[in-house]
Ligand binder design. Structure first.
Ligand SMILES: [Zn+2]
Length: 270
């Protein structure tokens, strides 16, 4: 093939234009690529954050899921939940003296509140902070509000630090609060069963006690739940753990619902 000088110049110019165009296209492509990489990085970053959030949600849900505690049909029901001790009244202590009963009781009541908040039950808490309240005041609150049920939450301890006593106890009195819908004894048995079923602590016993103020002076079915022994190392570490506290709260929640359902059935029957 033959070309004139003019023709060669034309080819050179054309080649130059082509080359410049190529460089521009390649620059644009590189810029676009790096932009999309950045987007990808950003997405990854978000993805990680999202994943972390999802994980923490999963961890939380493993101990507490709102959906497990939806219960309705109790609009006219009032339940008093009493966290034992508080303020200057510390209650029992763990053997190593590090843990106080008043704190464990409150921690469980706060978890129980998360569960009862999902229902339409009118719940009255005698305390939701570290506050001293007399036993009399606790019963006056329950009686004034004409509560249907009264539940006092405690942890046990043996005076003898060598004692191997462990497990859940529920306490009731026979002479007050019994009514045709629910006896104190039945209420205490229900709580013993449901707390055992939900927790790793074993059921120890259901005990009749006529000498305890809150059981003696409440006008409605009343129970004291001793959730475990602070003097027992295994019970103590369970009571003090998030899982243990959620499990026990779950058992108390189920005991309340079961009792209310029984009461409602009896009421319908007349
Ligand atoms: Zn106590």
């Amino acid at each position: 093939m033959y070309m004139s000088n003019n023709g060669r110049v034309k080819v050179v110019i054309e080649s130059c234009i082509l080359l410049i165009a190529l460089v521009i296209v390649s620059c644009l492509y590189t810029a676009e690529l790096s932009k999309s990489r950045n987007v990808l990085k950003e997405e990854n970053k978000n993805g990680v954050v999202h994943e972390e959030k999802k994980q923490s949600k999963t961890v939380k849900n493993a101990l507490f899921d709102k959906d497990d505690y939806k219960a309705e049909g109790f609009k006219n029901i009032t339940v008093v939940v009493d966290a034992g001790h508080g303020g200057k009244d510390e209650g029992a202590r763990s053997n190593n003296r590090r843990y106080r009963e008043k704190d464990c009781n409150l921690a469980m009541v706060k978890k129980l509140k998360q569960m009862l908040d999902q229902t339409d039950i009118n719940v009255i808490y005698t305390r939701l902070e570290d506050r001293y309240i007399t036993k009399k005041r606790r019963t006056v609150i329950a009686n004034m509000k004409k509560a249907d049920l009264f539940i006092s939450i405690h942890c046990n301890a043996s005076d003898n630090i060598h004692s191997r006593a462990s497990g859940i106890e529920t306490l009731y009195a026979k002479r007050k609060g019994d009514n045709r819908l629910m006896t104190n004894r039945r209420f205490a048995h229900i709580l013993l069963d449901t707390v055992e079923a939900s927790s790793l602590n074993k059921a120890r016993k259901c005990i009749r006690r006529e000498d305890l103020f809150v059981l003696r002076h409440t006008d409605m079915p009343a129970v004291i739940v001793e959730t475990g022994y602070m003097s027992n190392r295994k019970d103590m570490s369970y009571i003090n753990s998030q899982k243990g506290q959620y499990d026990i709260a779950d058992g108390i929640y189920k005991g309340i619902i079961k009792s209310l359902k029984e009461m409602s059935r009896r009421k319908k029957r007349g």
